[in-house]
Write a protein that binds this ligand. Sequence first.
Ligand code: NI
Length: 190
Amino acid sequence: MKKEDIIVLPDLRLRQKSSRVHIVTDETLSLIDDMNSAAIDWEDSRPHEISAALAAVQIGRMERVVTVRSELEDKSVREFTALINPQIVKYEGEIISDYEGCLSVSGVYGKVPRYSKIRVKALDIDGNEVRFKAEGFLARVIQHEIDHTNGVVFIDHIRDDKKAFYKLDEKGELQPVDYAKYIENNSILW
Ligand code: NI
């Protein structure tokens, strides 16, 4: 799939809950391949950004499937790890605000509060249950993706925070956005 297959706000599907996957089938695996190819195609069109992860809803498939980049710090590693029916079983650590973007939210980044550590339960691509701990940026990414499976987008967490919105400048650096102007021009996103 291509970057054009990624849906963006105000597409209402991004506000809907996805369904659990009952059995992992070849169709699930082909969905994951489609998600990964769309994410990589998007990244190839962006000099300063990485496709850290994607949820199935972002290509219009309402299933609880997410894929997370296997090496979040190294763009040259183009592999993803799929999590099926991912669930946070415990929140730990502290709540930290840091930068986040989303392939389905064009042109804006946010400083979003998230737990610094989580424990996660999911199925892997063989249908086996996996449980693991995540912290730091990986914990942030997984919380963002599980939100997608519940119809929540990162901007929903910061809509009342006037200092939380940023955009990338031409050098790839994040600069604060004029909140009043942003809300006015993007009212359709809320
Ligand atoms: Ni996203």
